[in-house]
Design a protein around this ligand. Structure first.
Ligand code: PLP
Length: 353
């Protein structure tokens, strides 16, 4: 099967080899307090910093998922409230989840398909963290770097936390524009699910120290403490950390990946513009996601596409949430092969021309 689902998606083609190496090298049964683990973890963190252009004074932590990171931010970086900027289902979920822990949190649901109007952002003084979903996987939109930078200029007291789950490692992100970035590895990293990354600025760590919440096994301060020795508060997904290290070692710098992602994105746009039956879910190029492509059509047509795709051995993403039946999402993640894109495009052509 060819997998174009926007996460979990196709894994990096080298994963079978790396998994076998992990088994042969005994990585799958090493102790997470052993020097062997520390070596793998240290090398993984260094490679992440280098390949993703993460500033040297930022810290990287392992989590189990992006969802866990929502929770860590809520308990370790927010005393009273946060402010959420979003236009789709993932941003909404983050907001809803945080409100359970901090009912005073507020949000701004900006209009779908248009550039985030910075003027309409109104962060209350009691909000400590501004939460932004950089790439909204559910509706194939993104908030570009330059707007995050505008928010940074406007609000220097608050922390800015960015959900980049389906864009980190796929496109260039200006990490120093925000204090917390997070993702899970089953999207642009091309790895099996079960590992997340949380990237924190010195200001974020400082803020966690001021709040000093130590009530959770995954309190950020406990994670900082363990990460000083490249370790975790609990037994982590050692195999996936090893795989991440291998994938990062072989990966080019994200600036190069970014170019490839954009070229492929433009190719998809050209290709899709030839069909009458479809429309882009979001036609505004200023806010189109580059890593997730959204296609809109009648419910009948969308149903047919999914059925035919399955028969052709292709997994496409269904719509997400309320868009489930009217849209198709196609992942444009780096691990997908050129050849596979061509097969997928041939399928579209065959079925709908
Ligand atoms: C997939 C996704 C999540 C959830 O990731 P998990 O690894 O399942 O926790 C959160 N936010 C965005 C934007 C996503 O695409």
């Amino acid at each position: 099967m060819l997998n174009f689902y926007p996460g979990p998606s196709r894994v990096n083609a080298k994963i079978p080899k790396y998994m076998l190496d992990a088994y042969r090298e005994g990585v799958v049964s090493i102790n997470h307090r052993s020097p062997e683990f520390v070596e793998i973890s240290k090398s993984c963190i260094k490679l992440l910093k280098k390949k993703l252009n993460i500033p040297g004074d930022y810290s990287i932590f392992y989590t189990s998922s992006a969802t866990e990171t929502w929770e860590i931010i809520a308990q370790s970086l927010i005393r009273k409230s946060s402010y959420h900027i979003f236009n789709g289902a993932f941003g909404q979920r983050w907001f809803t989840y945080t409100k359970k822990l901090h009912p005073k949190s507020t949000g701004y649901h900006f209009p779908f398909g248009s550039l985030l109007p910075i003027r309409d952002i109104n962060v209350p003084d009691h909000a400590e963290v501004i939460c932004i979903t950089q790439n909204e996987t559910s509706n194939a939109t993104q908030i570009p770097n330059h707007l995050i930078s505008k928010i940074r200029e406007k609000y220097n007291n608050q922390l800015i936390a960015v959900d980049a789950t389906s864009s980190l490692a796929g496109i260039k992100l200006s990490i120093d524009n925000a204090d917390v970035w997070f993702a899970s590895v089953q999207k642009c990293f091309g790895l099996p699910a079960g590992l997340g990354l949380m990237i924190c600025s010195p200001k974020a760590i400082e803020h966690a120290k001021n709040i000093n919440n130590q009530k959770h096994y995954n309190s950020l301060l406990a994670m900082v403490d363990k990460m000083a020795g490249y370790q975790t508060t609990h037994t982590p997904n050692v195999l996936n950390i090893y795989l991440l290290k291998r994938v990062m070692k072989a990966a080019p710098n994200v600036n190069i990946t970014h170019k490839k992602t954009l070229e492929r994105f433009n190719d998809w746009m050209d290709f899709l513009s030839k069909f009458e039956a479809f429309e882009l879910l979001n036609p505004n190029p200023e806010v189109q996601s580059h890593t997730v492509i959204g296609i809109k059509g009648s419910q009948k047509l969308i149903e047919k596409v999914h059925q035919n795709a399955k028969q052709a051995g292709i997994i496409l993403g269904q719509g997400y949430g309320e868009l489930k039946e009217s849209t198709i999402r196609v992942a444009n993640f780096p691990a997908i092969k050129e050849r596979e894109i061509k097969i997928c495009q041939k399928f579209f052509k065959r079925t709908f021309e």
